[in-house]
Design a protein around this ligand. Structure first.
Ligand code: UDP
Length: 328
């Protein structure tokens, strides 16, 4: 079997590559290395089953040849994070919308058997119900959420019009080894682990009572793998941990001092996926408990030496546009 992983040098994509190589797949990675790192694929150095191509997915003319002969496409390549999406919405549009259309079209022309898209639970914005089902109203709060949702619409449209077999998985707060360490402020684990390494207090937002559906990356990858194996198409499914945990609980598990920073506009007090649909259709369920997942993060904490160290004043500066544009 041959798989193509867009964003395969990134956080989730590189775990997908680990899984596919382990299962005996031949894998082609397309990555522009804007956030991805070759080091994330170091386990497979010199493995002839892995081909890594430096290319931007929005470059349709040049990516399409890599789809020939591929059985399944896993589409993770995207720009992430809230603040830069507010500052540079067109960059996000190009990667997450134009790029996704290019991946769909290349997949269609190559007659691939399945395309699985990494969608974002941020499409639910501040939802009315918890756990949140896939049928909840779509309420993107910022350009990142909007562009990831537009990407999902494109995938489903190619499924409907061109009968491309597609699945969209809406991911909730994925964490795990190799989660991004890039310069922009975002993703709580990277922020907190760098603070712990430097003996600085954790910058807890608001009261810290807000909760998140933290989902461990290997569980997410298993959901993608199962979606590729099982005969299902044109489905949108949540991928979550089956639970929701407060930031205060996270801080307790990590251990360390705390400092408080202001609550951010447009942020939900809770994210919590209703995962009954994916359990039923794929027979998938999460396996890694939060306690175990956090322990694994602490075991690989050295990785975040390269992550920027954030403090209340630098966070205030970095999130200026967030407060400026999203405050109601
Ligand atoms: N968070 C925090 N301190 C930080 C960064 C994040 O307390 O320095 C909290 C944030 O309020 C949210 C959770 O961690 O409740 C997850 O934030 P992240 O930005 O990782 O994901 P999202 O808010 O998009 O779910």
């Amino acid at each position: 079997m041959k798989a193509l992983v867009t964003g395969g040098a990134g956080f989730i994509g590189s775990h997908m590559v680990d899984k596919l190589i382990g299962e005996g797949y031949e894998v082609t990675v397309l990555d522009n290395f804007s956030n991805g790192r070759l080091q994330n694929l170091a386990n497979h150095k010199n493995n002839k089953n892995l081909k890594t191509i430096e290319i931007d997915i929005s470059d349709f003319d040049n990516i399409k040849k890599y789809f020939n002969g591929i059985d399944v496409v896993f589409h993770f390549a995207a720009l992430a994070d809230i603040v830069p999406s507010i500052v540079n919405p067109l960059d996000y549009y190009k990667s997450n919308v134009t790029g996704t259309a290019a991946v769909c079209e290349a997949s269609r022309l190559a007659k691939i058997k399945k395309l699985i898209y990494a969608a974002s639970s941020s499409c639910y914005g501040i939802p009315d119900n918890f756990p949140t089902p896939e049928t909840a109203e779509i309420r993107p709060q910022y350009p990142y959420a909007l562009t990831k949702y537009l990407g999902e619409q494109i995938i489903m449209h190619w499924g409907k019009v061109y009968k491309l077999p597609v699945v969209s998985l809406r991911l909730f707060n994925v964490y795990g080894p190799r989660s991004r360490t890039s310069g922009t402020y975002g993703a709580v684990f990277g922020v907190f682990l760098a603070q712990k390494l430097n003996n600085k207090p954790f910058t807890v937002v608001g009261s810290g009572n807000q909760t998140r559906d933290f989902t461990f990356v290997t569980d997410v990858v298993n959901a993608f793998f199962t979606a590729a194996q099982i005969d299902c198409k044109n489905e949108i499914m949540n991928v979550g941990s089956g639970n929701t945990y407060s930031i205060n609980e996270l801080v307790k598990l990590l251990g360390g001092e705390v400092t408080y920073i202001p609550k951010r506009p447009g942020e939900p007090d809770c994210t919590f996926a209703d995962i009954s649909k994916i359990k039923k259709i794929l027979g998938w369920q999460p396996k890694v408990s939060f306690e175990k997942g956090v322990r694994k993060m602490l075991d690989s904490i050295e990785y975040w030496r390269q992550a920027p160290l954030w403090a209340p004043d630098t966070i205030e500066e970095a999130t200026k546009d967030w407060f400026r544009y999203l405050a109601r």
